[in-house]
Design a protein around this ligand. Structure first.
Ligand code: SAM
Length: 203
């Protein structure tokens, strides 16, 4: 059976606004994407950022879809997919200047979120940046009715998933050595959070 490439309309809608922010921070270097989905974001961003080596990753189940998108794109600076299930796997070898992840924190359990933040703290060097795109709550409040509905749907599917509190993410990232830089308001009640790795502190 031949597999056909899946297409995410949401990625078509959000890729440009996300890129408008990413390009302010990223011009060259190595980037790791967590939870690349079908690879659609990666193809768009890697083409626009030829000086950036963009490595895709996701769970084992998503590898085939990403491979289809990457094969068609034929971009020299687009690597992977790497099997990376947060909670099970470490980052691939090498030093990354950036980590980007979209629409994953509310899919992963909070335990997996904390594993991710810890890994970021362990693997990123001073000055490296982490970008989290997706919906977030503030002080436990939804920013829209549609996000509240979405959260209900998420919980019915998997009780461990759910829209994360900005404050919890920030507190955990600070614990693992990051400084909060920016919180951008994005279309469709989403946000783009940017964190910077601080110097390692001697304990
Ligand atoms: C809603 S999709 C988002 C895909 C894509 N980033 C986007 O914005 O369209 C969530 C992705 O997170 C991945 N994912 C779920 N749990 C994960 C984990 N523990 N580690 C890494 N990726 C995970 C899923 O396989 C899926 O591709």
């Amino acid at each position: 059976m031949t597999m056909t490439k899946s297409f995410a309309p949401s990625v078509e809608r959000n890729k440009e606004p996300i890129f408008d922010i990413l390009k302010k921070y990223i011009s060259k270097g190595k980037l790791l994407e967590i939870g690349s989905g079908n690879g659609q974001h990666a193809v768009y961003f890697a083409e626009k950022l030829p000086q950036v080596q963009w490595t895709t990753s996701d769970t084992r189940e998503s590898q085939t879809q990403i491979k289809l998108w990457l094969k068609e794109a034929q971009l020299k600076n687009l690597l992977g997919p790497v099997v990376l299930k947060v909670g099970n796997d470490d980052f691939p070898k090498g030093a990354f200047d950036y980590v980007f992840t979209a629409n994953t924190l509310h899919i992963m359990s909070w335990k997996e979120n904390k594993c991710l933040f810890k890994l970021l703290g362990k693997r990123l060097r001073e000055g490296s940046l982490a970008f989290f795109y997706g919906p977030f709550n503030y002080n436990g409040n939804f920013t829209s009715d549609s996000n509240e509905q979405f959260n209900k749907w998420l919980k019915e599917r998997d009780l461990r998933s759910g829209i994360r509190n900005f404050e919890d993410v920030n507190q955990s990232m600070v614990k693992f050595g990051f400084k909060f830089l920016e919180d951008f308001e994005m279309p469709a009640n989403n946000r783009l959070l940017v964190f910077e790795r601080l110097p390692f502190m001697a304990k």
